[in-house]
Each structure stands twice: as C-alpha cells, then as structure tokens.
Design a protein around this ligand. Structure first.
Ligand SMILES: [Zn+2]
Length: 297
C-alpha cells in the first residue's frame, strides 16, 4: 500500500494560489519536492496582478483566511514566474485577473509571452457574491456593463489562445450570466471551482456544456459531511471533476490532505485516476503539444 507521502499515482492539482515571494523560495521548493514524492506532477498556481489598487482596496477583493507572505499589494506575477522556472516543469502559472484595469488583451498577451499558461477570474458583479467580497464595479468605479465587457474580453482572449480559465462563479445566483458566457465561448476550457458553489444548479450547466469542468478545492468539510452524495456526483460527472486544493504554494500539507480526502471516498479506481490526473490534464491542456512533457526528459 502506498502512503500519501510517497506514491506513483499521478496527481495534478488545478487550483492553488501563490501568496508568496522570493523570500519564501527555499520553503516553496522544499514543499514542492515533498509533493513530487507523493506523485504530484503539476500544480496550477494562480498569481495575482494589481496595477492600480491601494492597500486598503486590494483587501476588499481577497477572501479572509489566507496568509499572504508575498507582495503586500498582491503583485505576484514576477515571483510566480520565478518559482515556475526554479521548479520547472512542475508549476503551471495562471494569471489572476480579478484586479485587472486598463487594456485587457495587450496586458494578457504580455503575460502570456512571459510564461503564463492560463487565466483565473472571480465573478464579483455585486456584493451578493458567495465570498462576501466587494464588487469589482464598485471597487473600480465602473458600470456593470463595463465589467462584463472586461470579463468578455478576457474570455475571448483565452478562447483564441486556447488557455484554460479557472473562474469562481456561483451557478445558483449567476446562472444566466454563466449560460450567456458559455453560449458565447463554446470552445473555452473553463473550470468553475467548488462544484460551481451549488451542485444542483451547476449540474444543469454540466449537462448542457461539454467544455465545462469543476474542482473539489475548499470543499473538504462538505465532502466529509456527506461523502456518499459527493461520490455519486463525481461518478455521474466522472470526466469533469478535477483534483484541486486551494492550497497556497507553500502549503504542501493542504494538498496532501486533499489527496487523502479523495482516497477516503473509495471511488472506483478508474474514476479516482480521472479526478487526480486525466481530467486535470484535459482541462489544463497538458497533453496538447509535447513541449510541456519533453522538458521532463
Ligand atoms: Zn481558490
């Protein structure tokens, strides 16, 4: 029997965050080495950019409970790219666009050229979002229409460049906007994490749109409370659910806790393999083009 600390079952985590800087480089590399031993081959890490918000406003868009050891204004792009180079090819850097202001596609193109491979977003149209964060329109002083225009430009860029998008959005509250975006971008590979917040409403989305994925990040307490119901849901959508942990890049123990959680569900082994590796690979596009893989030698 393999333990969670050492294993040869491949695991790809589609949902981690950075919140660290060069001062933590040693800690980050040690943690990633520990995860590689456990079978984790890739981690998608979200890196924020902040081009205009001050310290007070920036925290309106960050959920509580995550300890930021990196740049106090959450400008993480440079340091995340450095971590990615230092630990190549394990990290899959994704640009977190929630604080984007100004020209969208030139900004995204510049970051794509520098090594980002995907996009992260968070739908904050009003103060009724599930994270109780401030809204983007209010924080930036823009209209809802301007906000939607920004998000649509991001989706269009991602679809044109075949970039995966991890997009936190509540299917219950914002189902009609979710359907509108999926109707407009049928070729976009998109992951609405945390089972789209509401499994019932989100099931209708999964039924209708084959390009939609989800992940189990941050769901541990819910899944521990009703494992059978989550087993059923995962088995029903066996090609769509990805492994994810919401761990920060320096928190390997959280990733391992989520590995244990998935194994505790006792899914059929072929479904467990899909959650750990096949589904994350197809969401991230890891098997398209050999470049990512040949680097491993
Ligand atoms: Zn997250």
């Amino acid at each position: 029997m393999q333990t969670v600390e050492t294993g040869d079952q491949e695991i790809v985590d589609v949902h981690c965050h950075c919140f660290a800087g060069v001062g933590q480089a040693g800690m980050v590399s040690r943690g990633l080495a520990q995860l590689r031993k456990a079978g984790v081959s890739h981690m998608a890490v979200m890196g924020l950019v902040n081009t205009s918000l001050n310290a007070q406003d920036v925290w309106k868009l960050i959920p509580e409970g995550f300890e930021n050891l990196g740049d106090p204004l959450f400008n993480e792009a440079d340091e995340l790219l450095e971590f990615s180079q230092q630990n190549d090819p394990m990290l899959f850097p994704m640009l977190d666009t929630r604080m984007l202001s100004g020209a969208v596609s030139s900004f995204l193109q510049e970051h794509l050229n520098r090594g980002f491979r995907g996009i992260k977003g968070l739908y904050l149209a009003d103060d009724g979002n599930d994270l109780a964060l401030a809204s983007v329109p209010e924080t930036f002083g823009i209209s809802l229409e301007q906000y939607h225009q920004r998000e649509w430009e991001i989706f269009a860029f991602a679809e044109a460049n075949e970039l995966p998008v991890l997009y936190h959005m509540d299917a219950n509250r914002y189902g009609s906007v979710m359907r509108a975006l999926l109707d407009d971008f049928p070729r976009l590979r998109i992951n609405f994490p945390h089972f789209g917040i509401g499994r019932k409403a989100f099931g209708k989305i999964l039924d209708r749109y084959p390009n939609v994925y989800t992940d189990i990040a941050y769901m541990m307490p819910h899944m521990q409370n009703s494992p059978a119901s989550y087993c059923d849901y995962i088995s029903h959508y066996e090609d769509r659910v990805c492994f994810g942990s919401d761990a920060l890049i320096y928190q390997p123990e959280i990733v391992l806790d989520y590995v244990r959680l998935v194994r505790s569900l006792k899914l059929p082994v072929e479904i467990e393999d899909k959650v750990f590796s096949a589904n994350p690979r197809s969401f991230l596009g890891l098997d398209e083009g050999a470049e990512a893989e040949t680097k491993t030698g």
